[in-house]
Design a protein around this ligand. Structure first.
Ligand code: ADP
Ligand code: MG
Length: 409
């Protein structure tokens, strides 16, 4: 299934929502190239999901340029970079088309990367016979300071909420789908100018319950879980994946849940799956150790295992499926109240059972729940409640909480 954001990617500059001044600069740039000039390279920059990559592709499309595109994966070694860029140094012949050279996510240029890349790129800027576009999230990143005086800026801004709202409604109409008004509003608002995020949320909400929206809040944060997942599942590169997970924007257990849920959506081969799950199992062990011992150094191992450990298991991506929402986060949100209640029951029982709260929740209460049901059948609720009151000091509400909690599982 094709994801909605892909299906509705505009291929012309007119189709780009918002950012008129930036789009106009691109039109001018395209016209100059078509007029035979070789304008200074441009640097499209701005927050993710605002249409930077889409706009660069549209620029090529509307002007009939071919595309030579480089992405974060290409910035690893100078040699392959050079090879890939070779065609850009050739003047277009009589019949061949202009090629737009797009350096996407140029701020991913790693600092550790042998400085060869910098000189290859500088060289291209100086000598390329073809027009050059750089794209970056962070114009001020130190990794690309060497480029700043060589480019003209095209500044993409967060797209205003109303424009996103209108786009979401157009998409819903074309899809013949319904999402209630307040949810669409909320999606448009909380994505804070990020159109990809908004469309992804919309897609999730088309067949989800409104309670889910609460969880989508994670995308408010800059790190964007989908982007982190994209990096992990497509980059095939240890450092890049590890860095992607190295963020304060998403908690490690949240990331774990997302990766864990989506491994089978991304990887097709059995060896990829088993290697991923192997590393995820270890990641989860370290997470648990960190929590148990309060030694958070374990988090580092966990983070590397769930990101790089899954990335290097990549033996080619299967057919595209939308990222699935982790089922246990859904579960957690549905039962927040119920979890609070069960926690307080377990706490109450701790001195009596001389056991850990977690063990009570995992081992003791499920048994008790079975006994409660049996007792309720055999002696009726009143007597059963009496019994629990005298034996464990549990009141009616607490018994109810136990029955509810374990019913849900
Ligand atoms: N300005 C926009 N107008 C229409 N669609 C957009 C726009 N920005 C983003 N999108 C949608 O979001 C997706 C991701 O956009 P992309 O160009 O990759 O963002 P960026 O490169 O800025 O992170 C696109 O495929 C498109 O569906
Ligand atoms: Mg992009």
């Amino acid at each position: 299934m094709q994801p909605l954001y892909e299906k509705y990617t505009p291929f012309t500059l007119n189709g780009i929502v918002g950012n008129r001044p930036a789009v106009q600069k691109l039109e001018t740039f395209g016209a100059a190239v078509n007029g035979g000039a070789r304008p200074r390279p441009i640097m499209i920059h701005g927050p993710s999901g605002t249409g930077k990559t889409t706009a660069a592709h549209a620029l090529a499309y509307v002007n009939g340029f071919d595309i030579i595109e480089l992405g974060a994966n290409d910035y690893r070694d100078a040699d392959s970079l050079q090879k890939k860029l070779l065609p850009a140094t050739v003047s277009k012949g009589l019949f061949s088309k202009t090629s737009l050279v797009i350096f996407d996510e140029i701020d991913e240029l790693s600092a550790k990367f042998d400085s060869g890349a910098e000189s290859v790129i500088t060289q291209i800027v100086r000598t390329a016979k073809q027009p050059v576009v750089f794209i970056a999230n962070d114009y001020w990143s130190r990794k690309i300071s060497f480029l700043r005086e060589k480019v003209d800026q095209v500044d993409f801004k967060r797209v205003p909420k109303d424009e996103i709202l209108a786009l979401l409604k157009r998409i819903l109409e074309k899809e013949g789908a319904k999402v209630d008004e307040s949810t669409i509003e909320e999606i448009a608002k909380r994505n804070n100018g990020d159109i990809r995020g908004a469309i992804n949320d919309l897609e999730i909400m088309i067949d989800a319950k409104p309670e889910l929206l609460e969880n989508l809040g994670i995308r408010d944060r800059k790190g964007e879980i989908f982007q982190i997942l994209d990096k992990i599942f497509t980059c095939n590169n240890f450092d890049m994946a590890r860095n992607a997970a190295n963020t304060n924007d998403v908690s490690m257990d949240m990331l774990f849940n997302w990766v864990n849920e989506n491994v089978p959506n991304r990887y097709a081969s059995k060896s990829s799956l088993s290697e991923s799950y192997d590393n995820l199992a270890k990641a989860s062990m370290f997470l648990e150790n960190a929590e148990r011992t309060k030694y958070y150094g374990y988090m580092r191992y966990s983070s590397v295992l769930m990101s790089a450990g899954v990335a290097i298991a990549n033996r080619g991506i299967g057919t595209y499926k939308m990222y699935a929402f982790p089922s246990n986060i859904k579960y957690l949100s549905k039962t927040k109240k119920s979890r609070d209640a069960i926690n307080s029951v377990a706490k109450k029982l701790m001195p009596m059972l001389h056991a850990h709260k977690r063990d009570i929740i995992n081992d003791f209460l499920p048994l008790l729940k079975a006994m409660i049901e049996k007792a309720s059948e055999q002696m009726g609720d009143d007597e059963m409640l009496q019994e629990l009151e005298t034996r464990y000091g549990l009141d009616k509400d607490e018994v109810k909480a136990i029955r509810e909690y374990y019913k849900l599982r």
